[in-house]
Write a protein that binds this ligand. Sequence first.
Ligand SMILES: Cc1cc2nc3c(=O)[nH]c(=O)nc-3n(C[C@H](O)[C@H](O)[C@H](O)COP(=O)(O)O)c2cc1C
Length: 360
Amino acid sequence: MTSERKLMHLEICRDMDVGSRWKTTHLEDVELVHLATPELDLTEVDLSTAFLGKKLSAPLIISAMTGGHPSTRKINESLAKAAAGLGLGICVGSQRAALEDPSQEETFRVVRDASEEMPVIANIGAAQLLSPDRLSLASRAVSMLKADAIAVHLNPLQEIVQPMGDTKYRGVLSAIRDLSRDLGVPLVAKETGCGISREVARSLVDSGVSAIEVAGAGGTSWAAVEYYNALKQGERSNAEVAETFWDWGIPTAMSICEVRPLKPAITLIASGGIKNGLDIAKSIALGADLAGVARELLIPAFKGYWEVSARLERMVHELKAATLLSGARDISSLRSAPVVLSGGLLNWIRQRGLDGDNDD
Ligand SMILES: Cc1cc2nc3c(=O)[nH]c(=O)nc-3n(C[C@H](O)[C@H](O)[C@H](O)COP(=O)(O)O)c2cc1C
């Protein structure tokens, strides 16, 4: 059941237009200031950064997508080989299907098989954390991959609009607190396309998470995915509710600004609608430590490892170019590169009182 649903989600994301309809990431409201005399060669730009105690060649990971059905094995293999080959990291999709049916474990293990050194993040849903077995489920998810951390995905909108979705969310924060105390690997809290607010970020930090992946609005819409899923199942009423919430959520640029005051207590991962290296550069200049990309890599992953690798290489090259053209020589200087903000993002920052960098 879980396994079949994973495949259906993957096919809907591949075949249908599940992007935001009218909302954007608002990264277009961020301008990096062009420097015509960089006084630096492109080859001198150093994009390397530390993550989970390991070194990434560039501040980029593949965000959670798949595993859990026999046909997802090849996709995870392509994603993982490409990430490993370029010195990047990867988070697997929800491991629920493999926790329910060990014959699916192989579809996830293939990710660690690509490299012992690559940062690999396991994945479990907030709904599963409410099980009294949460510690053993999370431990199994981590050991399946010899993972460096585990992501807890927060997807309340998706569960609400999904036919037969799991709408119990009371107790998630205290379950996260238990896990972060007892599990022994860092916890990454991630949304799945609706973003994270400052208030939520604060409670996640209080609950012990080490990293927050914002997964803001403006990219893949899980309400859209569930809209098509409900139509396929003949659940018209669910489809209508899902369509109403198609564009719900905090756009990615806004969510980065919401979460950044919590640094350095957490690592901030920008994601949700990241399409190219310029989006990554803008996210970092706004305050993110690294970026995550999901659906942009899905079609390449169906084609194979070389396609994923080519797409990631292009992103890294674009990031390097944007870093140089902003007058920065490495990721830490890109973080303090000047930016000019406008439009909806500036409005949001003012109304939400995010002008200063204080967490108050
Ligand atoms: C096909 C597909 C499957 C996904 N499955 C998961 C999942 O199992 N667990 C999870 O935490 N996020 C999952 N996501 C959400 C992504 O990790 C990401 O947060 C979201 O898609 C926004 O990023 P994007 O706009 O780059 O796609 C999935 C995304 C896609 C496209």
